[in-house]
Design a protein around this ligand. Structure first.
Ligand code: CAA
Length: 380
């Protein structure tokens, strides 16, 4: 696929790059160290419209396309991957299911404040016994009069505790397998809805990751998203789009680490030459740049298909698979080029390598992406 970026895409990159370098860069290392959520940055980026890039203007969004969204998450993550995933999980996992499956009332009540960034969103899908096997959810929802009663818990929830609106996936009829699952919109503060453990992570340490606990949470029937029995498909389709966000995050991490490595290689002198004058490092940098460019094409292609309302499942899985493995590989090479300096906190590549790892895990591991891709290939 060959395409030109539009003026809007170029402007988006410039705006978000300026914002990220000015607002996110200076404190990124310290927030990582202290596991401090970037709340002030969230408030500022929401003012710029970055909380609702792809959502229609009539629902509080910017009405831009998915390539603009990919560029924004890429540019934030190039500087601070925790900010990148905060935006991605909010937009793709918290707000987009309402955009795709919500009723007019649900969109007015929930999508509008989410798209404007007045509220933050999250998705509660993963459980201790339901990770890659997402249909194994044990959280239950039982209809009682005009309400549903939700019991159970979720783990590893990005934006947990910080978010206001949660899409929660629950089992209504175990005998029906994945067709017995439903999705609900929950609000922080609903009686019985509390937060458990805050996770201490290897990377993306300033993004919030919490356990959600549901103890007889009474959710009004109008907060059912889609129909009873559609919850698993809603989750899968949400993830199809969500993986574009994580692929963009991975791309940004890789780009950031590559730039750091290139700069360092031009400056650092050993044996009377800069590192960049050694062919072994030139080839390493060439491979890094090539892998990143390939990842970028896959990410923008998936984003393009999403904007065209074409099937994205295979393309987003390929983009996420390649971009996340590129991020891990490129950040490892960037640390290697930095030598001992790459292994200490003073240089950002140390954080970037830790941040990269999660992109091969969340929103579907690399193994799950290969399942999704091979399922498509074998069906075609
Ligand atoms: N779109 C629409 N329908 C889909 C679909 C999709 N992408 N994927 C599956 N379905 C449908 C299938 O068509 C099938 O429907 P029928 O029963 O009508 O035929 C049904 O769903 C079941 O499909 P499968 O048999 O393929 O489902 P499975 O149980 O074998 O699971 C899987 C497949 C790909 C492994 C899936 O479970 C999966 O994606 N797992 C990973 C989950 C994941 O990504 N978790 C991440 C959690 S969120 C997170 O990390 C967020 C964060 O905080 C950042």
């Amino acid at each position: 696929m060959i395409f030109d970026l539009t003026e809007d895409h170029i402007m988006m990159r410039k705006m978000v790059r300026d914002f990220a370098e000015k607002e996110c860069g200076p404190g990124a290392g310290e927030r990582d160290e202290k596991e401090e959520f970037p709340r002030e940055i969230w408030d500022k980026l929401a003012e710029l419209g970055l909380a609702g890039i792809t959502f229609p203007e009539e629902y509080g969004g910017v009405g831009a396309d998915y390539i603009s969204y990919a560029i924004a998450v890429e540019e934030l993550s190039r500087v601070d991957a925790s900010v990148g995933v905060t935006v991605s999980a909010h937009s793709s996992l918290g707000a987009n299911p309402i955009n795709l499956f919500g009723t007019e009332e649900q969109k007015r009540k929930y999508l509008v404040p989410l798209a404007k960034g007045e509220k933050m969103g999250a998705l509660g899908l993963t459980e201790p016994m339901a990770g890659s096997d997402a249909s194994g959810t044990r959280t239950t929802a039982v209809r009682e009069g005009g309400d549903y009663i939700i019991n159970g818990s979720k783990i590893f929830i990005t934006n947990g505790h910080e978010a206001d609106i949660y899409i929660v996936i629950a089992q209504m009829d175990k005998s029906k397998g994945n067709k017995g699952i439903a999705a609900f919109i929950l609000e922080k503060g609903m009686p019985g809805f509390t937060f458990g453990k805050k996770e201490q992570k290897m990377g993306i340490r300033s993004s919030a990751t919490y356990e959600l606990v549901f103890d007889n949470v009474r959710v009004p029937a109008e907060n059912l998203l889609g129909q009873e029995g559609q919850g698993f498909k809603i989750a899968m389709i949400t993830l199809d789009y969500g993986r574009i966000g994580i692929a963009s995050q991975a791309l940004g991490i890789a780009q950031g680490a590559y730039e750091q490595a290139l700069k360092y290689a031009k400056e650092r002198v050993q044996f009377g030459k800069t590192l960049a004058q050694f062919q072994i490092n030139q080839f390493k940098l060439a491979d890094m740049a090539t892998q990143i460019e390939a990842a970028r094409l896959l990410v923008y292609q998936a984003a393009y298909l999403a904007s065209q309302h074409k099937p994205v499942s295979k393309a987003s899985a390929m983009a996420k698979l390649h971009a996340s493995e590129t991020a891990m590989w490129v950040t490892t090479q960037a640390v290697q080029i930095h030598g001992g300096y790459g292994y200490i906190r003073e240089y950002p590549v140390e954080r970037m390598m830790r941040d990269a790892k999660i992109t091969e895990i969340y929103e579907g591991t690399s193994e799950v992406q290969r399942i999704v891709i091979s399922n498509h290939i074998l069906r075609e």
